[in-house]
Every structure is written in structure tokens, then in C-alpha cells.
Design a protein around this ligand. Structure first.
Ligand code: SF4
Ligand code: SF4
Length: 310
């Protein structure tokens, strides 16, 4: 059986991906100036890993030897029901279920296995939030979404609640047309951002972004921003919830991404009294475990204004 892009796409959809597209590997010319300005203006905040290997980030052929094609994949995580917000702290929808790094990587690797079974000469490697790969830029190049003013990848028919996986391969496949910007005059995400982190269209100041503050920032949340958390203790979906393209979001059907019964039953008091043992058990397979118990409890303290947490 010949390995065509149609067969790869068909298999990707069978594996649960919602979109699959292809791009010719090369230097990301459009992102070149933007990325260097981004670093120069220190907009990466404490994400210093972004300063390493900038030339690799702009050219995937330097990341995985022999790369000729980039495959972009989206995995939908939009839930059929949001966790209750009343008398509760809020976590972002991407953290409801099992750690997406694992869920998405497993599927991307299954797609690579299929490619290798079909053509034993194929070499390929998957990246999910790992390696120096500009995932959002490649999603655009693969025609599966554009980067909206909220700096997230939006698929015109599916919205933005999806994880991204990128596969680099030496297989030569016909590229799809890159996606174009469909934000138009809309500014809903910028208007809805509680902290003003979207300073300009397509420009995010991570030092003000609740997702960055509650997940990436190692230190405590600055006091002047605590009042803006509105109960958010892990991530923030405010700029996605208002995006008109998410009106088309279809709930996912992946059991691994569903919240546990314990998480569904959790309310403020449960979070406030969460012990480290409970945390380890409850978030054993969740991306929330990556920030650690102390950081989560500090976030809860910041979000609640309470100082009574151990
Ligand atoms: S994630 Fe929240 S804080 Fe960050 S830009 Fe979006 S709305 Fe603003
Ligand atoms: S809310 Fe509007 S401006 Fe923001 S990403 Fe969505 S479409 Fe673009």
C-alpha cells in the first residue's frame, strides 16, 4: 500500500484527531522577525527555554534530520459540560482529564507506527509541547488553523479548544495551503481578558496572563494580580470562551479527557483542604501534577485571598 497524505489523514481521524494538514519543511520566514522581536522584547518572560536554539525553532530540518514534510494535527478537548464554577475554584478545560502530553503523544506515535508499517523506509518524530518546534506557526502552515488575536490556534470550523501535535518526517508529501487570518474586526478576546494580557492583537504579555501565572511561573502570583484571578487556579479560558469560532466547537468523545468523579464533585472547601497525598493521587495522571502541590495551593491562596492554607 502506498503511503499517501489521504491515507495518513484518514488514519489520523480514526485515531481521534480532529484535523490533519501538511506543509513543506523549511525556514518559517513570516515568523523570523516576529520571533526575534519577541525574544528581544523579553516577551517570553521566565520561559528562558525559548531563547535556546532560535535557528532550530525557525527551521524544523535542523530539529529532525532529513525532514521534508511537517504534519500538523489537532486533538479536540472541548468538554460537553464545564465543571461547576459556583462555590468552586476553576481549572482550564485542557486539564479536565488525563495529561494531554501523554494522550496526544500516544496518538501521534500511533500515527507514526501506521506510517512505518505502510512504508518501512519512513522516518518520523512527534512533538507535543516538546522540542524546539513552533507548533502554532506550523499549524498555520499546515492549513489547520490560524493564530488568532488571543495568540491561540483557531480552526475555522472547530474553534480553539484543541491540543496541537507536530510530526516531522522525511516523507515527501504535497503541502496543503496555509490557513489565513479570519479574526477580522473582532476584539472579543482582548476585551474579555481579565488582566489586559492581550496588549495588542496577536501580542500576549505572559507576565500578565493567568495561564502563565498559574502554570509556568515558579514564584507566587504578584499581589496586584491576585484580585483578577476570579477563582482561576490552573489556566484560564476567558479569551477562548468568548471567541465566536468556539460557537462551532463540538464536544470531544475521548474518555481519557473526561474529568474524574472526584474532580467533578470538588468544591471550594475540598480544594482548600486538599492534602499533598490527595493531590498526588487525584492528579497522578493529570497535567496539573506538573506544577506540584505547593504551586497549586499557592494559586488557591492567591485566588481565595485566604492565608489559612498550610
Ligand atoms: S488566558 Fe486569560 S489572562 Fe491569558 S490572555 Fe487569555 S484571557 Fe487573558
Ligand atoms: S475572539 Fe475574535 S479576535 Fe479573538 S481570536 Fe477569536 S475571532 Fe480572533
Amino acid at each position: 500500500m502506498e503511503l499517501t497524505k489521504e491515507k495518513i489523514k484518514e488514519k489520523a481521524l480514526e485515531l481521534g484527531f480532529s484535523s490533519c494538514g501538511f506543509a513543506e519543511a523549511g525556514v518559517l520566514e513570516t515568523e523570523n522577525a516576529f520571533f526575534h522581536n519577541y525574544l528581544q522584547e523579553k516577551r517570553n518572560a521566565a520561559m528562558h527555554y525559548l531563547e535556546r536554539n532560535p535557528e532550530k525553532r525557525l527551521d524544523p530540518r535542523l530539529v529532525f534530520e532529513g525532514t521534508r514534510t511537517v504534519i500538523g494535527l489537532l486533538l479536540n478537548y472541548f468538554p460537553s459540560e464545564a465543571l461547576p464554577e459556583k462555590d468552586n475554584f476553576i481549572i482550564s478545560k485542557d486539564a479536565y482529564g488525563r495529561d494531554y502530553h501523554i494522550v496526544v503523544k500516544e496518538r501521534a506515535n500511533a500515527l507514526i507506527s501506521f506510517m512505518k508499517e505502510t512504508d518501512a523506509n519512513v522516518n518520523a518524530k512527534a512533538y507535543v509541547d516538546s522540542g524546539p518546534v513552533l507548533e502554532k506557526a506550523w499549524a498555520r502552515m499546515c492549513g489547520i488553523g490560524w493564530t488568532g488575536k488571543n495568540t491561540l490556534v483557531i480552526n475555522p470550523s472547530r474553534g480553539s479548544f484543541h491540543f496541537i501535535a507536530i510530526i516531522l518526517t522525511d516523507l515527501l508529501l504535497e503541502p496543503d495551503a496555509p490557513e489565513t487570518d479570519h479574526c477580522g474586526n473582532c476584539t472579543r478576546c482582548m476585551d474579555a481578558c481579565p488582566t489586559g494580557a492581550l496588549e495588542k492583537p496577536f501580542v500576549l504579555n505572559p507576565s500578565l496572563c493567568i495561564a502563565y501565572l498559574t502554570i509556568e511561573l515558579k514564584e507566587g502570583i504578584p499581589e496586584n494580580l491576585e484580585g483578577k484571578l476570579n477563582g482561576r487556579v490552573y489556566g484560564c479560558d476567558a479569551c477562548q470562551d468568548v471567541c465566536p469560532y468556539n460557537r462551532f466547537a463540538i464536544p470531544h468523545e475521548l474518555p481519557e479527557l473526561l474529568p474524574s468523579e472526584t474532580l467533578k464533585s470538588f468544591r471550594k472547601d475540598d480544594w482548600l483542604n486538599l492534602t499533598e497525598d490527595q493531590f498526588n493521587l487525584m492528579f497522578k495522571e493529570s497535567s496539573i501534577r506538573r506544577i506540584g502541590y505547593k504551586k497549586l495551593m499557592n494559586n488557591i491562596r492567591s485566588a481565595s485571598g485566604s492565608t489559612e492554607i498550610n
